[in-house]
Design a protein around this ligand. Structure first.
Ligand code: ADP
Ligand code: ADP
Length: 228
């Protein structure tokens, strides 16, 4: 489903974030991206949902070349990719329900279906009772659950997450990992950049390690493998 072929990303300030990356990720995989700060993990994640485009090489998602994709096709791509960030990025003036339903309304889903799908996403993340609350009334872990619900409400084939547990204490982090694990079990591909050693070591999923913009390790079932 995801194929990077000789992908390089050089930012306009000259930073060589990714250098000649070749990577293939199949449907349904769970992949951790690990590596030191500045290695290129976020850049790789941002290429996946076309927040950035590669300087060289080709990023294919389900056969679609993201570089050649027209601007008007980008919303359609994004609809099929859920994104979770370290800092949640919820809209502060919208309720929990609205933060999630928004993603459906913008694509023209009917009112009743919006309600049903939003509620079922909220059920999945265990926040059914909080639908009318505003983000700042929630704990960090709850806010991240809302952002996971928002990411999956469209039933995306791919969920990408950039340090989703980076702002959470270990117990809360495991709650989020539980959600991602179950979302992956239902068939969604998950790609997650992380520094959470314990999580990577315990889950024994595919681990792609990046250093200085290059893939230095790709283990089918691996551990964190860094001292940092
Ligand atoms: P990581 O997520 O592993 O910390 P990043 O992908 O954020 O790595 O960064 C890789 C390199 O690219 C770093 O040298 C970083 O400073 C640089 N970089 C990242 N984003 C930008 C940007 N928007 N503009 C310029 N340089 C960037
Ligand atoms: P993360 O901790 O998720 O890896 P970073 O700290 O690398 O994120 O980057 C945080 C934000 O700052 C990103 O949105 C990235 O685009 C931007 N950024 C990172 N490095 C640079 C840089 N050298 N120049 C400009 N923007 C940067």
């Amino acid at each position: 489903m995801i194929q990077f072929t000789n992908v390089s990303k050089i930012y306009s300030n000259g930073a060589r974030a990714l250098v000649d990356i070749n990577l293939k990720i199949d449907n349904g995989e769970f992949v951790f991206l690990v590596g030191p700060s500045g290695a290129g993990k976020s850049t790789l994640i941002r290429l996946l949902f076309r927040e950035e485009v590669p300087t060289r090489g080709q990023v294919l998602i389900n056969g679609k070349n993201l570089l050649r994709m027209k601007e008007r096709e980008v919303p359609h791509l994004r609809r099929n990719i859920g994104v979770v960030f370290q800092d949640f990025r919820l809209l502060p003036s919208k309720t929990v329900f609205e933060n999630i339903s928004f993603a459906l309304e913008v694509i023209g889903v009917g009112k009743n279906e919006v309600k049903n799908r939003t509620r079922s996403a909220l059920d999945l993340v265990g926040l059914a009772s909080k639908e009318n609350v505003f983000p700042n009334e929630l704990s960090g872990g709850e806010q991240q659950r809302v952002s996971v619900a928002r990411a999956i409400v469209n039933n995306p084939a791919l969920l990408v997450a950039d340090e989703p547990t980076g702002n959470l204490d270990p117990d809360t982090a495991w709650g989020i990992m539980d959600l991602l694990y179950n979302i992956n079990k239902r068939g969604t591909t998950v790609v997650m950049a992380t520094h959470a050693r314990d999580i990577v070591d315990q889950m024994q999923k595919r681990v792609v390690a990046i250093e200085d913009g290059k893939i230095v390790r790709d283990d089918q079932r691996g551990g964190y493998g860094y001292v940092d």
